[in-house]
Design a protein around this ligand. Structure first.
Ligand code: GAR
Length: 202
């Protein structure tokens, strides 16, 4: 399945997707970044994946920016759009155009801790467990239907940095697996935002 991956930074999730792409039936046609200096662009270029870096300062509307990404997606006839550390909020037009085709990974056990600084917030809230969620993207920020989650224990010694590392390692296992469910046609989002997995509502 042709896919486009959107990133904003380091791209360690992108790397795990690149490393697993063959076995998960995914062709990464292009990596798009909203940050010109995102390290993930180097990861993609190293293995010959076309990259597009868009300079946010050159666009005066959210939609105008997203329209550039839509051109890339349509140009490659991508059937899956994978947000991998993409930190820009997508426009409503973008989300509705590709409804059911956009996946995101978020570093918390949603619905807990949507938004930013999730690791520190989980520590501050004295949570015993934390983790990551993969969900379909809908217009509700970090609020789309959850497909799968992975958890880690929060130890008394953990700070935001150690916790982020633990969660990220789990993300790298979780995300390719869910992408494969999608590329194999096992996962579908219904119009009512319910998810079908292997023919069953989940
Ligand atoms: C990951 O932890 C990902 O879950 C998070 O950003 C990090 C990106 O790391 N995404 C979000 O917070 C999206 N709201 P990476 O660039 O090394 O993959």
């Amino acid at each position: 399945m042709n896919g486009v991956v959107l990133i904003s930074g380091n791209g360690s999730n992108l790397q795990s997707i690149i490393d697993n792409a063959k076995s998960i039936d995914l062709k990464i046609c292009c990596v798009v970044s909203n940050k010109m200096d995102a390290f993930g662009l180097k990861r993609a270029a190293k293995v010959g994946i076309p990259c597009v870096a868009l300079d946010e300062t050159l666009f005066n509307s959210k939609l105008g920016f997203d329209q550039e990404i839509m051109k890339v997606i349509d140009n490659y006839q991508a059937e899956i759009i994978i947000l991998a550390g993409y930190m820009r909020i997508l426009s409503a037009d973008f989300i509705s155009k590709y409804s059911g085709k956009i996946l995101n990974i978020h570093p918390s056990l949603l619905p807990k801790f949507p938004g930013l600084n999730t690791h520190q917030r989980a520590i501050d809230a004295s949570e015993k467990k934390h983790g990551a969620s993969v969900h379909f993207v809908t217009k509700d920020l970090d609020g789309g239907p959850i497909i799968s989650q992975v958890s880690v224990n929060i130890d008394s010694k953990d700070d935001a940095k150690t916790l982020a590392k633990k969660v990220l390692e789990k993300e790298h296992e979780l995300y390719p697996k869910i992408i494969q469910w999608y590329t194999q046609g096992r996962l579908k989002l219904l119009r009512n935002n319910r998810i079908i997995f292997d023919g069953q509502l989940i």
